[in-house]
Every structure is written in C-alpha cells, then in structure tokens.
Design a protein around this ligand. Structure first.
Ligand code: SF4
Ligand code: SF4
Length: 150
C-alpha cells in the first residue's frame, strides 16, 4: 500500500453521510421506542433471539414461541396485545439482558442511516437522537454488521 496521503476529496467521497460519526444516547426512563410508532409495529425475532429470550424467561424456545410470539409475514414477532411491547414494564425492558437484536442495534439500522433526513426524523419519537454520546464511523459500522448478522 502506498504511504502517500490519499487526496482528501476522494477519501471524503467514499464516506457515508455519517462519516464523522453521530451522537446518540438512550435516555433513562424514556421507553418510547418500545411502543408502536409510525411504521414500527413489530418487534422481530431473528437469529438466536427467540432461544436467548426463552432461556432468560426459563422457557424452551418452543414454549416461548407458542406463548409470547406470533407470525407476521412469515416472520416471528413478539405478540403485541396493545401498543406497548409486552416486555415493557414502566419504562424498562423486562428482558433487557436478552433483548432482541432489533432492540440492541437501534437506532443504527440501515434504513435509519440511509439518509440524514431519515436519521433526523427519528427524533420525532426518540429524544436520544443527535444528543449525548458520540459514536464513531467504526462503531456505527460494527452495529450495522451486528444488525445484518444471520
Ligand atoms: S426512544 Fe430513544 S431515548 Fe427513548 S428508550 Fe428508545 S432509544 Fe432510548
Ligand atoms: S424487547 Fe425490550 S427493548 Fe425491545 S421493544 Fe420490548 S421492551 Fe423495548
């Protein structure tokens, strides 16, 4: 690899719009993203989510899927009997240590990072967007990789 500095313009052109990082901190006592809002109606279970949450609750995967989940477009989702996630207790998550990947990786989802305006729109319900802790490009990419992991 050449040790010559890459022209600044070329390097910048390859960076996504959030190349200099983004600010986000989850605010204690909020819980707004655990309630239906906008187009977000479901908590999807992917990869080993169901198995992990089942173990956290002392259930087998099959028991958990039967008692607490349903299918939406062929995918496993938490059964929502109201606007709130069934694991939302007050403003806390009852399965926080085992929460689904969707919840762990929010708000660093591909769809939210597609454009700056998509990111900024999240602020309509999430007060942590654009505030608090800085997240570097590398950290954001790691979250995107986690979101995409099978
Ligand atoms: S809406 Fe944002 S600040 Fe509120 S609980 Fe969710 S991630 Fe945290
Ligand atoms: S599983 Fe927990 S973090 Fe995820 S939506 Fe439900 S209450 Fe919120």
């Amino acid at each position: 690899m050449s040790d010559r500095a890459e022209p600044r313009g070329r390097r910048s052109a390859r960076l996504p719009w959030y190349g200099e990082g983004l600010r986000f901190s989850c605010l204690p006592g909020c819980g707004a993203c655990c309630t239906k809002h906008g187009d977000c109606d479901w908590v999807y279970l992917e990869g080993d989510d169901a198995e992990r949450i089942a173990a956290h609750l002392g259930l087998t995967r099959e028991e958990f899927l039967e008692r607490r989940c349903e299918k939406e477009d062929g995918l496993d989702v938490l059964r929502m009997d109201g606007p709130d996630c069934p694991f939302l207790e007050g403003s806390s998550c009852a399965v926080y240590a085992a929460r689904p990947r969707q919840c762990r990786t929010f708000p660093f989802w591909r769809e939210n990072l597609r454009t700056r305006s998509a990111w900024e729109k999240l602020h309509e319900f999430c007060p942590g967007i654009g505030a608090g802790e800085p997240h570097s490009l590398e950290a954001i990419r790691a979250r995107l990789d986690e979101e995409s992991a099978g």
